[in-house]
Design a protein around this ligand. Structure first.
Ligand code: A2P
Length: 278
């Protein structure tokens, strides 16, 4: 099954090809049950964030799953407003405490700017915060480090002023959203791409072209969206609180033809909807 397969990051760390996204799953029973169920059905890669507020439930679900900690890949993210070394360091150790873990698999800067001030120039702050991540990595507390929502200029800033090339850039990426500039740059620099909102937070499932392609493969639209990203060599992070959908999203052991990939490539997203979620 695809969730048992792995990609390899530039530092040799392996990462399960599909991650379970936990954005917008409330802390407490919701996040606990969702993550526990995801692990039960086979997911071995869980994506959380300080900003999601659900790290404690994620940690508890992982512990209670009975699956050894080292068999599950855990990602969390530094809150977007933290842009200095000390606060980044402290926040990271708070994450470990909430997760009740002594290391994390991947820790990334959530965004190049605070969500409340999107677009703000935080170049210096990103270099400082990333220095903390480098220290955490060197201490072996994170097996890989990286960034999220960084565009080419944001990445160049890190490459110019820090030492460790980010192992990962997690970006919003799905059929219809053109991320080619960022992806091309990341490929060149050996920065691995993870895709959040692989279903366009759900609205792509209503797209007629996606539905038609799905029919021709006897798959669901969600499976087409997820398979499309795997065909691009990136790592999708689908989110669902429903067990049958978690299973469906993981059953993507099929290939899309080059022709169908082209058809899907030609879909133009509705930028208003993307702005709504970003
Ligand atoms: P739910 O959690 O109620 O299942 P994305 O991963 O792009 O952010 O999309 C997540 C949204 O898509 C959520 O609203 C989720 O709802 C829904 N979703 C996830 N998987 C499926 C699926 N296989 N079929 C239909 N909707 C899905």
């Amino acid at each position: 099954m695809m969730i048992n397969e792995t990609y390899r990051l530039s530092n040799g760390v392996t990462i399960p090809k599909i991650g379970f996204g936990t954005w917008q799953i409330n802390d407490g029973p919701d996040a606990y049950h969702a993550v526990k169920t995801a692990i039960e059905v086979g997911y071995r890669h869980i994506d959380t964030a300080q900003g999601y507020g659900n790290e404690a439930s994620v940690g508890r679900a992982v512990r209670d799953s009975g699956v050894p900690r080292e068999e599950i890949f855990i990602t969390s993210k530094l809150e977007s407003h933290i842009k200095n070394y000390d606060d980044a360091m402290n926040a990271f150790y708070e994450t470990l405490k909430r997760l009740e873990m002594d290391y994390i698999d991947l820790f990334i800067i959530h965004a190049p700017w605070p969500w409340s001030e999107m677009g703000k120039d935080c170049r210096e702050g990103n270099v400082e915060a990333y220095r903390a991540l480098e220290q955490i990595y060197q201490e072996g507390k994170a097996r890989a480090i990286g960034v999220s929502n960084f565009d080419v200029d944001d990445l160049k800033n890190i490459l110019n002023h820090n030492t460790i090339v980010p192992h990962v850039n997690q970006i919003g990426y799905f059929i219809g959203l053109d991320q080619s500039k960022t992806i091309d740059f990341c490929r060149k620099e050996n920065i691995f791409i993870e895709a959040y909102s692989p279903l366009g937070i759900g609205f792509l499932l209503e797209n007629e072209i996606v539905q038609e392609v799905a029919k021709s493969y006897q798959k669901s639209p969600a499976q087409i969206c997820i398979r499309y990203l795997l065909e691009k060599g990136v790592l999708p992070l689908p989110k669902s609180v429903h067990k049958h959908r978690m299973i469906e999203n993981a059953e993507v052991d099929f290939s899309l033809s080059q022709e169908d990939i082209k058809i899907l490539d030609a879909i133009k997203g509705d930028p208003r909807r993307w702005e709504d979620i970003n």
